[in-house]
Design a protein around this ligand. Structure first.
Ligand code: B16
Ligand code: MG
Length: 215
């Protein structure tokens, strides 16, 4: 049975997607095109540079030199950090603290497994750090989701085998990564976006259903 729980961050434990969107929208506006909320769906779970590539595709902006791409990523991130440096506990998604606390009480080891390079500041602001036995974020992985690296590293940090791990993910790229890692994948959100998940639930507020997986 399952002994380890791996949680994605953005969209699973905290509602940061809107800040990512606001920063990308601002960048697109500066470049002279519109970037909609529907376009933004494609960026979920995807690395910062890959997100920029998708955004530029939407705006039909081509052939920028790599130093310009780096500069645009830096601009986006500095706005994003401005936004998240003000977040507080109200932005923790419903059920997160209860579910993680109960899992811990049942002896389940817990890791954060996120593509974000900003996990430290977010966990500090939300005072969630103590709920995790290991934190693997975008600073520690080379290959972004859908590559399984982030989840394999998280399992290793907890001392578990992939087939003992359950992954909680809101992005299609993350579900793909979890399945490639050989783990059980729980999709968070809407069924239609999360093809391939072993189970889909609306959020971590489904505490009973989640705990059952570990019995
Ligand atoms: P950063 P997750 C992902 O976090 C986000 O879903 C994605 O939109 C973002 O581009 C990526 O982190 C990188 O984040 O720019 O903060 O390094 O869902 O894997 O927790
Ligand atoms: Mg996510």
């Amino acid at each position: 049975s399952y002994r380890y729980a791996l949680f994605d961050m953005d969209g699973v434990i905290v509602d940061t997607a809107k800040y990512h969107y606001e920063a990308w929208r601002r960048l697109a506006e500066g470049l002279g095109f519109e970037f909609t909320m529907a376009d933004n769906e494609r960026l979920k779970g995807v690395s910062r540079m890959r997100s920029l590539e998708i955004l530029l595709e939407v705006g039909n902006v081509k052939n920028l030199p790599s130093d310009r791409l780096e500069e645009l990523c830096r601009m986006k991130n500095s706005w994003y950090i401005d936004y998240i440096s003000k977040v507080d506990k109200r932005e923790i998604l419903k059920g997160t603290v209860e579910t993680l606390t109960l899992l811990r009480r049942n002896g389940i080891k817990i890791a954060l497994a996120t593509a974000s390079k900003n996990s430290q500041i977010i966990l500090e602001r939300l005072e969630l750090k103590d709920l995790f036995d290991a934190i693997i974020d975008g600073n520690l992985v080379e290959r972004p989701k859908p590559d399984p690296e982030v989840f394999l590293k998280a399992a290793e940090a907890l001392g578990g085998n992939p087939d003992e791990c359950v992954v909680f993910e809101d992005a299609y790229a993350g579900i793909e990564a979890a399945k490639k890692a050989g783990m059980y994948a729980v999709g968070i959100g809407d069924n239609s976006n999360l093809i391939g998940a072993d189970m889909v639930i609306p959020g971590l507020c489904e505490t009973d259903q989640i705990l059952q997986l570990f019995n």
